[in-house]
Write a new protein. Structure first.
Length: 397
């Protein structure tokens, strides 16, 4: 689950990570009040107004702006709230901005002593360890840094059993070229950042930029935080941070139905039971010259109601030109699934407007194929994996 910058910063601060302070605002009036309050608390004269949407690259898209007085705070907040922010990470339509974070300006005027770093914490699945990736080249696109100057990106692997060790935090501060007070600050920053990552059950932190101020403080100016969905049952306070407005509406609906659905860009919808078979089915579609339009694991119960719900979800994606149903009937018998498909298809009437290829394997597969073939519906049945792939190719042609 992705979070907004302001929520990510809240979590970081709760673990003692220093952050650029800010107050959330939903209107230009609230923004002005927030700016006044920040001035009282921090003495800042200038403010940075930051659009809160689930997308990076906001600065490039005009979603992060510096305001030098309250009139500018009001104007800029007014312009950003309600805009459809387009960044390199959004679609061409952009993302509607509902709220802004009014922040203290931490790049003090005329300041040349600041440096921006990049830092992320994530799991290295290859080694089964956490890792901190960091770079002296902060504030810009890390993909570009990786492309042009890969030697400027460092990684530090951390054994989850020991946690981060003192020498590792010092190595990071050293590689970032720090000394004195800033060096010490960075070791503290890294240690508390790692603790926050582990104890919040996050799957990713990306802090870009991490700032060294001219008075040698180290702080998170941005925060991209993803919490592991599987931990939300025990992290209620984070689960409440979910902002459904930011998520794919079809995925939100599918999730409410208990369907494991991920929207993709292709043209062949998939309905499969079991995540492994779903992955194999997506490969199959690609090999047949199609592109999967989604990942969908319907789970154990493939009855008529469930199949119909899944069909309706798949068809909400207007790019779908065919649907491949690939179900293994072990405990759930294939004939029951076949009847479910026929019933769901009939219930849907005109809403079912693309060809369907059905492959059922397992218990009573032969009976199931007969049910499909004798249904009189425009459903193609297949027995072998390859046969299903060929039929997909056929209907797409
Ligand atoms: P992103 O573009 O979505 O990654 O948003 P960021 O939070 O990283 O902000 C974009 C850029 O705005 C940063 O890289 C900074 O250069 C700049 N920025 C952020 N905070 C301040 C600030 O307090 N003062 C000034 N002058 N610039 C800031
Ligand atoms: Mn950033």
């Amino acid at each position: 689950m992705d979070l907004h910058e302001y929520q990510g910063k809240e979590i970081l601060a709760s673990f003692g990570v220093r952050i650029q302070r800010g107050i959330l605002a939903h209107s230009s009036k609230e923004a002005v009040d927030a700016a006044k309050k920040l001035t009282e608390e921090t003495g800042t004269g200038w403010h940075v107004i930051k659009a809160q949407v689930h997308a990076g690259g906001r600065g490039k898209g005009g979603g992060v702006k510096l305001a030098k007085n309250l009139k500018e705070v009001e104007e800029i907040a007014g312009n950003i709230i309600g805009m459809d922010l387009v960044t390199p990470q959004t679609s061409a339509e952009g993302k509607r901005v509902h709220q802004v974070l009014v922040c203290e300006d931490v790049y003090y005027p005329g300041d040349s002593e600041t440096s921006e770093f990049y830092m992320s914490v994530l799991l290295n699945r290859g080694t089964g360890k956490n890792m901190i990736m960091y770079s002296t080249e902060g504030g810009m696109d890390i993909e570009t840094v990786a492309e042009n100057t890969p030697h400027l990106i460092f990684t530090e692997e951390i054994d989850p059993a020991t946690g981060i060790l003192g020498f590792q935090a010092r190595k990071i501060a050293f590689n970032l070229g720090l000394s004195g007070m800033a060096f010490k600050e960075m070791t503290k920053f890294v240690a508390s950042l790692y603790k926050a990552y582990v104890e919040s059950d996050s799957s990713m932190f990306e802090i870009n930029p991490v700032l060294k101020t001219s008075d040698d403080k180290i702080m998170a100016v941005d925060a991209k935080v993803s919490i592991d969905d599987n931990s939300l049952y025990r992290r209620k306070q984070y689960a409440e941070m979910r902002d459904l407005r930011e998520e794919n509406p079809i995925e939100v609906e599918a999730s409410a139905l208990g369907l494991n659905y991920v929207d993709l860009d292709g043209n062949v919808g998939c309905m499969v039971n079991g995540a492994g078979l779903a992955m194999a089915t997506m490969d199959l579609i690609k090999m047949a010259g199609g592109e999967p339009a989604n990942f969908l694991d319907v789970g154990g119960t493939a009855d008529a109601k469930r199949v119909e719900e899944a069909f309706r979800i798949i068809l909400k994606d207007k790019g779908v030109k065919a649907i491949l149903v690939n179900i293994f009937g072990g405990i759930v018998r294939c004939d029951r699934v076949a009847n479910g498909i026929v019933e769901a298809y009939k219930n849907m009437g005109d809403a079912m407007n693309v060809p369907i290829i059905v492959r059922l394997q397992g218990t009573n597969a032969v009976i199931a194929k007969e049910i499909i073939d004798n249904s009189g519906l425009a459903v193609h049945s297949a027995v072998q994996f390859q046969e299903a792939a060929d039929k997909v190719k056929e209907v797409l042609a």
